[in-house]
Design a protein around this ligand. Structure first.
Ligand code: FAD
Length: 449
């Protein structure tokens, strides 16, 4: 007998409950990935996915079958071809994934085959954590407390033996991509190195974009090359597991879980304001704003830390968390542009682009999201730069036109006679004025004036 394992955001073989379920259900397992055309959009994210698939193909010793097309047609057709009665998956929790899975499940049921979901890409499945009256949490801290009290299964290990179904089904070739770090082995290696060398300083250094002090596991987590359950179990078993640094790291993983949970309960929040009272906030648009947004996208705002971040995004497909907040704040509160414009740009360029973490991260900064009362939080790009990039190293790394300025001078080129010697652009807006304007708009939207 044959079962299908349909991979999606779980591109690994260790700690993979759906794989274990598939192995238990039949003598052979056909591993499949469906390259939906919407995944092949040429973004860094899609290149990163292809690199991960290349690694997974190797890990299955080329048993992995790649098929192009719409999963709603491809999966039932494959099930019929190999006579599978079960298609195993990790439960998908995004709005698109849920709609797609419902359709696939129905199509499979019509031919007597079951879609069996085991596990999710999260330590606690989205939707599981509710308050005493059975409602979802709207704010992070109580969610985090409830999450910590919620039980979690132990990591599942690798199946002792997997008998892949080979050579019976033809796959489509995987489009080639430039070499990059990807795949389960690389993710585990990165994690172990961080656990032993990086974690102890995490709480002190995680906000510093000039230091390479975070784990850079967002893309591996996004593609499920490593499961957060594995990470949490390793932290608990490690001597530093109860340190402040470990607690800080686990809190960040809980943010990831929280945003997935918010999206599960409010699928509309992917692209709509979560807080309805702020949906009336007036935003700027039109030709003049388009020019400003273009300068933001290209890292030409004249605010060094903002430009460094936007250039890092374009060049590396990744940006430090603190700088994601600063650049998002600049677009929404200095340029008064609606957050989805920025969220889309991030998704177009991030290798870790994730609808739950990205779009709710944007709403958090914009003040339209899950926070209690953050509308007055307007990041000052100069103070933020001076505080979190104290020697200016991060700015000089990404903005060559400011390399002639030493130390923290890079954060305020307007204060130095030679600040613009190398054609760095002048500021496109006045931060102090735009901050006031933002507060006026927010107060008005909240009906306070
Ligand atoms: P570490 O500091 O090592 O954190 C470990 C892990 O915890 C991360 O890999 C990530 O999975 C999770 N995490 C950390 N911070 C957050 C957070 N604030 N929200 C949710 N999860 C978090 N993260 C994404 O994975 N994809 C995105 O598309 C994304 N877009 C963002 C957009 C904005 C505007 C903001 C403010 C944040 C965004 N984040 C996103 C969250 C965070 O910036 C990244 O997860 C982090 O920078 C990734 O680097 P790291 O793996 O070295 O993080």
């Amino acid at each position: 007998s044959t079962s299908i394992l349909w991979f999606r955001r779980d591109l690994r073989l260790t700690d993979h409950p759906a794989l274990l379920a598939a192995v238990d259900s039949a003598t052979h397992v056909l591993p499949v990935f469906v390259l939906d055309p919407r995944l092949l959009d040429g973004t860094p994210r899609s290149r990163r996915l292809l690199a991960s698939l290349e690694a997974l193909a190797k890990d299955t010793r080329d048993a992995l079958v790649i098929r192009r097309g719409d999963p709603v047609e491809v999966i039932p057709r494959l099930a019929k071809q190999v006579g599978a009665h079960q298609v195993h998956v990790s439960r998908e929790t995004t709005p698109y994934g849920r709609r797609r899975d419902e359709k696939v499940e129905k199509a499979l049921a019509d031919q007597g085959c079951a879609l069996v979901a085991t596990g999710t890409p999260y330590a606690v499945g989205p939707g599981r954590i509710v308050n005493q009256s059975g409602s979802p949490y709207k704010v992070f801290t109580p969610f985090s407390k409830a999450w910590q009290q919620h039980g979690r299964p132990a990591p599942a290990g690798r199946p002792k033996r997997i008998s892949w179904l080979r050579d019976e089904v033809r796959g489509d070739p995987l489009p080639r991509v430039p070499r990059m770090e990807a795949g389960e082995a690389a993710a585990l290696k990165r994690w172990k190195t961080f656990l032993h060398d990086g974690l102890t300083a995490y709480d002190r250094e995680r906000d510093r974009p000039d230091l390479d002090s975070t784990s850079r596991l967002s893309a591996p987590l996004k593609y499920g090359e490593i499961h957060p359950r594995t990470i949490l179990a390793d932290i608990a078993a490690h001597s530093a597991g109860r340190s402040k640094a470990a607690t800080a790291y686990v809190t960040e993983l809980i943010w990831r879980e929280f945003y997935a949970d918010v999206l599960w309960h409010n699928p509309r929040s992917a692209w709509h304001d979560l807080r309805p009272e702020l949906a009336r906030l007036p935003y700027d648009s039109g030709a003049e704003t388009d020019h400003l947004v273009e300068a933001w996208r290209e890292g030409r705002t004249g605010y060094p830390i903002v430009d460094a971040g936007m250039r890092q995004l374009l060049e590396e497909g990744w940006m430090h968390n603190r700088v994601r907040m600063i650049t998002a704040s600049f677009l929404t509160k200095d340029l008064h542009v609606w957050w989805p414009v920025g969220a889309q740009h991030f998704l177009d360029h991030l290798i870790d682009g994730d609808i739950a973490s990205n779009n709710h991260g944007w709403q958090w900064v914009a003040g339209t999201g899950t926070d209690a009362s953050p509308y007055f939080r307007v990041f000052n790009p100069v103070t933020q730069g001076r505080k979190f990039d104290p020697d200016g190293e991060y700015v000089r790394r990404w903005v060559p036109q400011l390399r002639h300025l030493g130390g923290a001078q890079v954060h305020e080129p307007w204060k130095h006679d030679n600040g613009y010697d190398d054609d760095y652009p002048t500021r496109i807006v006045d931060h102090d004025e735009e901050r006031k304007e933002t507060l006026v708009r927010y107060e008005r939207a909240r009906g306070h004036s």
